[in-house]
Design a protein around this ligand. Structure first.
Ligand code: PLP
Length: 361
């Protein structure tokens, strides 16, 4: 891939060493243009029938594009607003309660913890173990495993042994999809929730949920909206779709969908495999350089996240922001975290390392 040409699509990189795609990816000019065109059309043409047709067409395209990224059928893909919504939709829709045990890890994001707490309030048992032990923790009483694909605190990968466990596995793919190659069939998971706004550089409020066709029957639609219906004109005689769209978000904005779609088109035209390989290489380089400078890097895999210890992560994050470096700290941990994408280059890493040295004094 032409790394410099790819980088030039993202205006934020002109002024910032932007290393924050684990929260929100950088936005490309073509994506802004696509969203602006949809907004302009709504302003000038109004939001009459053609607006809804256009919105539906964009949703259809986004569903197909996300299904392509995850390697699943379109019928197995729900369009959501976020990873958290997808996780909540599955955990809520299974109606778990007394007698059910959910195995999870002790380092999950609130997007998983929230729905787990709700399941616990309904009587389910939650068993939290170290991330590396989630597969081994599955026992005779386990109903489901729910954990991250890529650990947001460290960049570690979920154990490969999850593929063999005898219960359904629900993966939080917020730091997986877009960042590293994801194939839901190879992962062997029953469901996989991901974000549109992070590694796919899409709009906030877009996301995806894969649910395996066999598992889908067990997941009820808890908040069905228009697209959940088989035929929405049948009132109380209506039935819900047998496809994953029964779990769709109730409403997604036309301009946000267009933005996410244009971003994904840019990534796929550049070559998603190359984009992911370059990001993993740069992230590995950053981890090596941090270690080389005497810093303690959290245990990680060949992903796009790099976390390292800092004496005062919040204060250092702010000082780095002042120096034009966009990273985050991870509350409740000693870590700062950089999210490295193919849009980054060595100059961003240099800037981060010098700013860190300057902050250390
Ligand atoms: C592992 C993990 N899960 C869930 C989320 C939440 O993602 P979303 O905002 O798409 O719900 C994040 C990031 O914010 C994350 O890192």
């Amino acid at each position: 891939m032409d790394a410099a040409a790819f980088r030039s699509h993202f205006p934020v990189l002109d002024s910032l060493a932007y290393l924050n795609a684990g929260t929100d990816g950088p936005i490309a000019r073509v994506a802004v243009d696509a969203a602006a065109a949809e907004l302009r059309a709504q302003a000038t043409e109004g939001r009459v029938h053609s607006h809804f047709e256009r919105r539906r067409a964009l949703l259809t395209d986004l569903r197909a594009a996300y299904a392509g990224v995850l390697n699943c059928d379109v019928a197995e893909l729900a369009l959501t607003t976020s990873t958290s919504e997808g996780i909540g939709g599955v955990l809520g829709g299974l109606g778990l309660g007394p007698g059910d045990e959910i195995v999870t890890s002790d380092s999950e994001h609130p997007g998983v913890i929230g729905p787990l707490l709700a399941a616990r309030a309904r009587g389910a048992t939650i068993k939290a173990v170290p991330f590396k032990d989630v597969a081994d923790a599955v026992g005779a009483t386990t109903t489901l495993v729910a954990c991250s694909h890529v650990n947001w605190l460290t960049g570690e990968l979920a154990p490969a042994a999850l593929k063999e466990v005898p219960v359904p596995v629900l993966l939080d793919g917020a730091q997986g999809v877009g960042a590293i190659p994801v194939d839901v069939r190879e992962l062997g998971c029953a469901a996989y929730a991901g974000s549109g706004q992070k590694w796919l550089c899409g709009a906030d409020g877009t996301g995806m949920l894969f649910v395996d066709a066999a598992f889908l029957e067990r997941v009820s639609a808890t908040r069905p909206g228009y697209s959940a219906f088989e035929d929405a004109s049948r009132g109380l005689d209506s039935t819900f779709s047998a496809e994953a769209r029964k779990l769709d978000a109730i409403s997604l904005p036309r301009e946000g969908v267009a933005l996410s779609l244009a971003a994904l088109e840019l990534l796929t035209a550049t070559g998603l495999e190359d984009v992911q390989a370059r990001a993993a290489t740069l992230a590995g380089q950053l981890a090596d350089r941090l270690r080389g400078s005497g810093r303690t890097v959290a245990p990680r895999a060949a992903t796009t996240l790099v976390a390292w210890e800092d004496a005062d992560p919040e204060a250092t994050r702010e000082r780095l922001a002042g120096a034009g470096v966009g990273i985050r700290n991870l509350p409740g941990t000693p870590y700062l975290r950089a999210s490295v994408g193919a849009w980054n280059d060595e100059s961003d890493l240099d800037r981060l390392l010098s700013a860190l040295d300057a902050a250390a004094g």
